[in-house]
Design a protein around this ligand. Structure first.
Ligand code: G6P
Length: 490
């Protein structure tokens, strides 16, 4: 309801690279997969609530069959609440735009996680061309001259200005889901000015935290001739004003029926222990991430190893399960990282294993949302040790999963979420000793203290849910649209 009043009759178009439903062809026919993506987790419930059209890159092996000659398909499958329009990219386009510029250039550039960004002229060309193709799709989908367009993430820095050129009256809300670095770090990108100019085509530009807004504004100040109004958080560039604001993203708070579908905590625990062949009376820590070098998975394994060295009585009694969803596998940096994690896992297991018990279970395959929730409900500890993360929604999902008020969250101080979740055990993942000690505190925390911390975490995530994220952004947009209508009348 909140969203529908804010949008009252406006057309909403979302653009993101990743689609919310991927259709894969298997031996048993077509199956639907939900991708592991914080962006999709957050934006999908908003889209369901406000209908509209979602434009994304078609990435599944059976996506084209499902669309079947039409441009668009109603989703979610079986519920049909909004339109999904897929943009088909050639292998060349995907290589340059997605793997190349977005994920070898912008991803490491913005995360500053000690992986060098790679900038190729040809990737940049593809990135520009694909942004233009999505701009054309937005224009094709627009039914009037002033749609509300929600542009998602670093795949589309050039899109706002491209849409603005064709639809000058559009309200363009761009949300940057990853961190924004300081001006020096960003400045190594050969196309820093073009990227900034593209983003300043937005009516509103959102980041997760004030800190990222500040970094962005300073970057603009350093590399463009723009007028910055600190008091109103606006940037005026070429006659056009952009509001730069922080909107911490979140998740949809689970409805009671949903919680029921997950099964009781005891059932979840039983299912997980049986499936993985774990000892009954153990302390279970879990990590759930895309298999990405920014997530601090190696640091986490080192901490587990250190924990077992320092607290040998946990040998045989402590299990760490890491779900790592394969991602961006055709990039060397990812494949090397994934192999490295596998080697470290094997080494730790070889060092400590005994009588059928091993400390680390690495599950390097895709898990659907219900399987992740089951694991969260079975766990004693959830470990999020990102080296740098815009927000991180895994920690919020863990909190939402624990209606029993038990379970301890260990959280990196370099994830945006740390600002909202101070009741977690906060660690610097680069500090192995500190992280190992936090794991020990988590493993030995009395139920009363767990309850106190978890209750407080839950009330924050419940209140600051994803509808508040979208609602605040759309309310800001609504005010701007109203102002424009009033000005047009006088
Ligand atoms: C991060 C990015 C998203 C992206 C997701 C999954 O959350 O901010 O834009 O969709 O990772 O990555 P992938 O490359 O598989 O879409």
């Amino acid at each position: 309801t909140l969203l529908s009043t804010q949008l009252s009759g406006d057309q909403v178009i979302v653009v993101s690279n990743r689609e919310p439903y991927i259709h894969e062809r298997t031996a048993d026919g077509i199956i639907v997969k939900r991708p592991a993506s914080g962006l999709v987790t957050a934006v999908e419930p908003v889209m369901r609530a406000c209908s509209g059209t979602w434009i994304a890159h078609g990435s599944g092996t059976a996506d084209r069959e499902v669309v079947d000659g039409r441009d668009r398909v109603r989703v979610p499958p079986g519920h049909e609440e909004y339109w999904l329009r897929r943009v088909w990219l050639t292998a060349e386009e995907e290589k340059g735009y997605y793997y190349g510029f977005a994920n070898e250039g912008l991803w490491p550039l913005c995360h500053v996680a000690h992986v060098r960004p790679v900038f190729r002229e040809s990737d940049w060309e593809a990135y520009r061309a694909v942004n233009q193709r999505f701009a054309d799709a937005v224009v094709a989908e627009a039914t009037g001259d002033d749609p509300v367009v929600l542009v998602q993430d670093y795949h589309f820095a050039l899109l706002p200005a491209m849409i603005r050129e064709k639809l000058p009256e559009a309200t363009i809300l761009t949300f940057w889901h990853i961190p924004w670095p300081n001006p020096e770090s960003f400045g190594i990108c050969p196309w820093r000015r073009e990227l900034l100019q593209g983003m300043l085509g937005s009516t509103i530009l959102g980041f997760h935290t004030r800190f990222h807004c500040k970094n962005f504004t300073e970057t603009v100040d350093r590399y463009l001739e723009a007028r910055i109004e600190h008091e109103h958080s606006t940037i005026a560039y070429r006659e056009k004003e952009t509001l730069v604001e922080s909107y911490p993203i979140s998740i949809e708070w689970p409805a009671p029926e949903q919680v029921e579908r997950w099964g009781s905590i005891a059932q979840c625990r039983e299912r997980v222990t049986a499936r993985l062949g774990l000892p009954e009376d153990m302390c279970l820590a879990v990590g759930v991430d895309r298999f990405d070098y920014t997530k601090g998975i190696l640091e986490r394994l080192n901490a587990v190893e250190r924990l077992l060295e320092k607290r040998p009585h946990l040998i045989g009694r402590f299990v760490f399960v890491q779900v790592a969803a394969p991602t961006r596998n055709s990039l060397d940096e990812y494949r090397n990282f994934q192999e490295h994690v596998q080697r470290v896992t094997d080494r730790i297991n070889l060092r400590f294993e005994r009588d059928g018990w091993r400390p680390v279970h690495l599950l390097a395959h895709h898990h659907e949302p219900h399987a992740v929730m089951e694991l969260f409900r079975a766990a004693d500890i959830c470990v999020v040790t990102s080296l740098h993360d815009g927000m991180n929604l895994v920690c919020k999902e863990f909190v939402a999963a624990r209606d029993d008020l038990q379970g301890v969250l260990v959280l990196s101080r370099f994830a945006g979420a740390v600002r909202e979740l101070p009741e977690a055990l906060i660690v610097n993942p680069y500090h192995v000793e500190e992280t190992a000690d936090a794991l020990y505190s988590a493993a030995t925390m009395p139920p009363g203290e767990q309850r106190e911390r978890m209750a407080s975490l839950r009330s924050t995530v419940h209140e600051y849910n994803v509808f508040r994220w979208a609602g605040r952004m759309l309310a800001d947009a609504g005010r701007g649209r109203l102002r424009n209508r009033i000005e047009a009348r006088v």
